[in-house]
Design a protein around this ligand. Structure first.
Ligand code: SAH
Length: 253
């Protein structure tokens, strides 16, 4: 039988302008497109004649299994994922499923602009030096693991990006995260909050860390917590990389 392919495509944060051309071409090459309904909506006008299979938020396993099944029958099955598919996305699961099922299918991953890239650009330039990324979702990882990682990275001077910060019913990880952050970092530390980056209703907010526990945070939000060097420059969040220590800036630009 002909060997099909599963293409796992990152759609970027939301606007089609930030979907990479290679990812768009992959969508256009599909025999079938699978994904969470919100992501299918984002690409409704790309290859509109290609059949879509939408599935709910927690149906990742069924979606991955179906993509592998269709590809093993010779189809090009495109699985769309928000942001980058290899960052808390669908790519890893597809590899695991192929291993488990032994299906003879190719897998291709198409990178996307992740929420951290999108948020950083809207905030200014907060990720100019080393940073760490932590998801606060305790759906697949225990809360103990999350808090342990947070404790460790917060003590270093890494800038921190927090994904999946708070759900309607899942508030404890966020509360614990705020407590850990405030234990190790000054309350004046600059924090950038970006909601719905590059989507209608986008919100970009800067607050001191001390105010973070009282901010409106939800699952459509990514949070960037600055390090000791992070400053607000002309209203934007910037982590200077150190050029100024090494070189004199000329007054006349
Ligand atoms: N694969 C995705 C992340 C999936 S986890 C990526 O690379 O971006 C889902 C989390 O990503 C959300 O809870 C939120 O924290 C973040 N996120 C995704 N898209 C976002 C957007 N447009 N604006 C703000 N945060 C976003």
């Amino acid at each position: 039988m002909m060997c099909g392919v599963v293409k796992v495509v990152g759609l970027g944060p939301g606007s089609q302008a930030l979907l990479a051309p290679a990812g768009r071409q992959a969508v256009e090459s599909a025999d079938v497109i699978l994904g969470y309904a919100t992501y299918l909506d984002l690409i409704a006008d790309i290859a509109p004649d290609v059949p879509r299979q939408s599935s709910g938020m927690r149906k990742e396993i069924e979606r991955a299994g179906e993509a592998i099944r269709l590809a093993s029958q010779g189809s090009t099955a495109v699985v769309v994922s928000g942001g980058d598919p290899g960052i808390y996305g669908m790519a890893g699961l597809i590899f695991e499923m192929r291993e488990q099922t032994g299906a003879a299918v190719e897998i291709e991953v198409f990178p996307g602009i992740s929420a951290l890239n999108a948020a950083a650009s809207l905030l200014g330039a907060p990720l100019m030096t080393d940073f760490a990324v932590v998801s606060l979702s305790d759906h697949l990882v225990t809360l103990e693991e999350i808090t342990k990682r947070l404790e460790l990275v917060t003590q270093t001077d890494f800038i921190l990006c927090l994904y999946n910060p708070k759900g309607k019913k899942r508030v404890k990880p966020f509360e614990e995260a705020c407590e850990i952050l405030l234990k190790w970092r000054a309350p004046e530390t600059v924090v950038g909050i970006v909601r719905k980056a590059y989507r209608p209703g986008q919100q970009v907010t800067l607050v001191p860390l001390g105010d973070l526990p009282n901010c409106d945070i939800d699952m459509l939000t990514v949070i960037i917590v600055g390090n000791q060097k992070t400053r607000v420059i002309d209203g934007r969040m910037v982590t200077p990389r150190g050029y100024r220590n090494k070189y004199e800036f000329s007054e006349d630009v």
